[in-house]
Design a protein around this ligand. Structure first.
Ligand SMILES: *[C@@H]1O[C@H](CO)[C@@H](O)[C@H](O)[C@H]1NC(C)=O
Ligand SMILES: *[C@@H]1O[C@H](CO)[C@@H](O)[C@H](O)[C@H]1NC(C)=O
Length: 345
């Protein structure tokens, strides 16, 4: 066996060790308790499903992206803020026994424009009740100042009434990850809910260092998955020489990237430190890829229709409520609660 063969064999061994290490639930190994890659794979599928263009397919869970890995899911509510072109859904996942809350990323005409825009986002809002904490007003308002907040909270309440105080898993990709983060914090701080878990994919920074430190206190288990050279987690910029004044990620990042040697390429999930800005994670490479932003854990996060905010649905088939601004809430009663007389809804 030549040198190269030995090296390959050694790598293969490490690889196997990493893989099997992940399956074993060794209590001493912090990585299995911090980051659960099986759960990540499930949540990324939910985060991808919201990019389905046809709301009827999404609501009835018949979309191409829905049936694949995620059986046993019951949609409870889809909230569409037509005015602001935003969307979220809430449902019950029986296989992992949790409420699932998903926020959709940007729907603007061009993801490139949205990314360029991120370069100039200011820290322009004091986060209420948290001295020194500043956040980006646009991301904050997209969750707090639209129909999403009420819709999501009522969807969670409805699901928990039917299925008990099960964990609430909040996720989203890109700007959807930013909204998911504000939602998770809101549920803990303002609604006092327990069992709130957050995992986002390719989200931008949303606040400053003081905000990140509050965030860590309230949501110590939060996970931000980043991918290879994805540009979005690098934005708005963080300046290492000015760490208190600029945007600052909350922990904990998990950086998924490929390591390759010849034909042997495999994916590593690096659990980063708890600073939020681990210099050995995605910050160790240049964030220059839009393509890496669109693929997470092997799942395409590409919107079926980037071109508009138009609503595709069969109005005759779905039950919905519309407010004066044309915003929609599609909702179902949880299957378990049919006998409980929720007909007033
Ligand atoms: C990881 O998550 C999956 C799905 O929720 C669960 O079945 C499994 O027990 C978890 N593993 C660990 C080590 O917590
Ligand atoms: C929310 O909307 C209200 C009314 O339009 C506005 O006055 C307020 O500044 C907005 N809040 C944020 C944080 O943007």
């Amino acid at each position: 066996m030549g040198r190269r063969g030995l090296l390959t064999a050694a790598l293969l061994l490490c690889f196997l060790a990493v893989c099997s290490g992940r399956e074993l639930a060794i209590k001493q190994n912090p990585s299995t308790t911090i980051y659960n890659s099986t759960l990540a794979q499930i949540l990324v599928e939910y985060a991808a499903a919201i990019y389905t263009a046809d709301l009827t397919e999404l609501f009835t869970w018949t979309c191409a992206r829905c049936g694949d890995l995620i059986k046993g899911f019951e949609m409870i509510e889809i909230i569409v803020d037509v005015e602001n072109c935003l969307q979220a859904y809430v449902g019950f996942a029986s296989d992992i026994n949790a409420v699932i809350v998903v926020f959709r990323g940007t729907q603007e005409n061009s993801i490139q424009n949205w990314i360029e825009d991120l370069l100039w986002k200011q820290l322009d809002l004091d986060y209420p009740g948290m001295p020194e904490a500043m956040v980006h007003r646009g991301f904050y308002a997209a969750y707090h100042n639209t129909t999403l907040r009420d819709g999501v909270v009522s969807g969670i309440q409805k699901t928990r009434e039917a299925y008990g105080d099960i964990p609430i898993m909040i996720t989203g990709h890109s700007m959807g990850g930013a909204m998911a983060s504000f939602c998770a914090l809101d549920l803990v701080v303002n609604y006092g809910l327990d069992g709130v878990k957050l995992m986002t994919f390719g989200q931008p920074r949303i606040g400053n260092a003081a905000f990140a430190s509050y965030f860590k206190t309230y949501l110590p288990q939060a996970i931000r998955v980043t991918h290879a050279h994805d540009i979005v987690p690098h934005l708005p910029p963080y300046f290492a020489f000015f760490p208190q004044k600029t945007y600052h990620h909350f922990p904990r990042e998990v950086w998924v990237h490929n390591v390759g040697l010849g034909t042997l390429v495999y994916s590593i999930e690096k659990i980063c430190d708890d600073s939020g800005e681990d210099p050995t994670c995605c910050r160790s490479v240049i964030g220059n890829s839009v393509r890496d932003h669109i693929y997470y854990l092997g799942v395409s996060m590409h919107a079926e229709d980037w071109s508009s905010c138009r609503i595709v649905m069969d109005y005759s088939k779905l039950r919905y409520q519309m407010d004066l601004n044309g915003n929609l809430v599609l909702s179902k009663q949880p299957a378990l609660s049919n006998d409980r007389g929720f007909s007033a809804q």
